[in-house]
Design a protein around this ligand. Structure first.
Ligand SMILES: *Cc1c(COP(=O)(O)O)cnc(C)c1O
Length: 239
């Protein structure tokens, strides 16, 4: 991707640093308010449209996790990132024909949204003789415009994936909930995550609840999120 297609209004280094400090403070306050240990909540920097040079400023500031939405954009930027593949998670809708391009560039796919995608990931893992950490994406509000398992399909899907696709390691749940008044959808996701834990084999309980973005991360932390995905709050508005 040409740099000119990327966000040329990205804030300077100092602003990115201050943004990250501000987000971290608010994360810690939200955690304490919810009676949680701030150390159990990870900050992901979501990089869509942001040039690698700006993304590296976030890494310099101690951010340990990047979120990538688009396969092509990730492939063009990742070599310039000052971090390894394990620190990069894929969070966008993944087409099966793009699996091969992305699978060796990320440490986790957070957006597994169908059995069909899971089957294709399993096949690629077998070829490469590797296992893959995944999150199941849940379309908690059953919105037509969003991908993800419907809430009622989530637990059966987790069971099927565990049984049929042994190379895929389910680490938890990811969601982009509807914008709504209050915590309704965040609470619904927390309940589903608890059920998912209860129905997992002992010793394999999922630990990651990836929930919360720039607008709602404090509420998400109040509802049990262990990973917030922040784009604009760190890098400014996208074009
Ligand atoms: C863009 C995006 C984010 C970050 O959203 P912001 O509102 O910029 O913080 C988080 N998660 C996903 C899946 C996204 O696509």
């Amino acid at each position: 991707m040409m740099e000119s297609l990327l966000n040329d209004r990205a804030p300077d280094a100092r602003t990115i640093r201050e943004n990250i400090r501000g987000i971290r403070e608010r994360m810690a306050e939200a955690a304490v308010k919810a009676g949680r240990d701030p150390g159990e909540i990870q900050l992901m920097a979501v990089t869509k449209t942001v040039p690698a040079s700006r993304v590296n400023l976030a890494l310099q500031e101690g951010v340990r996790l990047l979120g990538e939405n688009r396969v092509q954009e990730c492939c063009e930027k990742y070599q310039n990132y000052a971090c390894g593949a394990n620190a990069i998670h894929f969070i966008g809708h993944l087409q099966t024909n793009k699996i091969r391009d992305i699978i060796d560039k990320v440490g986790m796919i957070e957006s597994v949204d169908s059995i069909r995608l899971s089957a294709a990931l399993q096949a690629e893992c077998e070829k490469l003789e590797k296992s893959l950490d995944i999150l199941l994406q849940v379309n908690i509000g059953a919105e037509e415009t969003k991908s993800g398992f419907l809430p009622e399909a989530l637990l059966p899907a987790a069971k099927e994936i565990r049984e049929r696709f042994p190379s895929l390691k389910i680490r938890g749940l990811m969601t982009v909930p509807p914008r709504a008044e209050g915590d309704y959808w965040l609470q619904k996701t927390r309940e589903l995550f608890e059920k998912m834990k209860d129905s997992s084999p002992e010793g394999h309980e999922p630990a990651v609840l990836s929930m919360g973005m720039s607008e709602d991360f404090e509420a998400a932390i109040g509802c049990g999120s262990t990973q917030v995905r922040i784009g604009r709050g760190i890098f400014g508005e996208r074009k």
